[in-house]
Design a protein around this ligand. Sequence first.
Ligand code: FES
Length: 565
Amino acid sequence: MTKLNGKKLRSQEWWGQPNYESFARRAWMRSEGFSSDFFQNKPVIGICNSWSELNNCNAHLRIVAEAVKRGVLAAGGFPLEFPTISLGEMFMRPTTMLFRNLMAMDVEESIRANPLDAVVLLCGCDKTTPAQLMGAASADIPAIMVPGGPMLSGQWRDRMLGSGTDGRKLFDLFRTGKVSEEQWCEIEGGISRSAGHCTVMGTASTMTSLAEALGMTLPGSANIPAPDSRRLTMAEMSGRRAVELALEDLRPSQIMTRQAIENAITVDMAIGGSTNAVVHLLAIAGRLGVDLRLDEFDAISRRTPYIANVKPSGEYLMEDFFYAGGLPVVMKEILHLLHGDAMTVSGKPLRENLEKAECFRREVIRTAAEPLHPEGGTVILYGNLAPDGAVIKQTAASAHLLQHTGKAYVFETYDQMRSQIDSMDLPVTKDTVLVMKNCGPKGAPGFPEWGHIPMPKVLLSQGISDVVRISDARMSGTSFGTVVLHTAPESALGGPLAIVQTGDEIRLDVAGRQLELCLPAAEISQRLQKFTPAPPKYDRGYGRLFLEHVTQANLGCDFDFLRKV
Ligand code: FES
């Protein structure tokens, strides 16, 4: 019987025992046409596939899985591919975030319940990466991640387009008649030209990059474009490595340590990553028993330069980023801020993985000495409007609004905002602070990406392209603007956002990390006492489980019973 580190292979508990159950399991395995020596005494490598035709970003992952399989077979392992639910950002209602924890549970229990010695995680679209990392962290058998990679750069006429980011900008031009119907149709056909996740530094590119920074992928894995043949080569190599991981018994808990998580936060700041990374890293840390606090993101942000010139904070697309050298170059550039000794799934510490990294386009990846911004992309705000914190992506905000005081215009709900935002009578100016309530984890529910409140049409018609926007929602990582998000506690729970009224003055001070409702404390507490919560929006099924157990944004929105801390 094959042993690893003096222990039996886990899979042998299923089919290596001298009893009827093992006989039956072997027989049922052979019903798929395998001969007995094909799988006996070999590391069984699960390929956890989030492929789905309802998730265009992950639509190529079956081809990637085939490459993983040949790597596993070449290394003497036995690959078995299995599906989990997939979370397609564009299609799922009301939001994929409602189901991230469900997918994480699916991944965790699928791994734990089956005869697997190691697992290869195939991800791509936004929530599929954190869900797999959360599930793998809790199951804690050896795991390696193979992201599906970004799609090709979008193209319209002679312009390169970034999915999400440029789509939103062009939609504002379409709404105001500056882009015609015919042009809009052309854009629809050219903005997403292949499978793969969004091709800006949105949540998917951020989270797959952070998976690499955490040490959970082979070096250089995250940013290879989805259709590039090197994506399949990397998948094959990852399959081979998975067999070794099984024999070494190198587990996620030994890779995703506090040091690795601090590395991931640092890299997130350097790449101008999605604000969603804050929520997902808090959730991953919670699964591992790492007591990570929201304010630690800000401390790391203050010391980390932003150097990846990729949309929405910068100018280029993920293809450019990869051709410039990609994430290994960024990490090498800021190695002095990273824990270089952190172990990775390659079997080597991070520092060694980066030795050969080389930058080929300095306009895309700057040096740490000449950054695009001296601080990281995301910063954390506190104040009487966000006692438990809020986030803003300062590198995607307008410089002139980073210190701003203005009167609030309040939308009580997302639906109210949608019905009013295009009204030419909306009483707003360039100084207005748009406030939207009831969009948080419990309020929406599901913590949707509604925080990028569209610019009021009346302001767009005046040539104004940004105002301060505040909500307890999230925002797509592809979005931009002076947008405060994740305000906690959320309004549906009676957080201070709940009592803001149109006409109240709000002060945003990004440099001072402050978000203040400019009212006397007595007035605030009087209004808070009058708050009454709305009845729950789900009374059965998964929705009810979510409402009863989801934690707030500053804790990562995982279920309370799944956290280790
Ligand atoms: Fe899947 Fe953007 S929609 S990554």
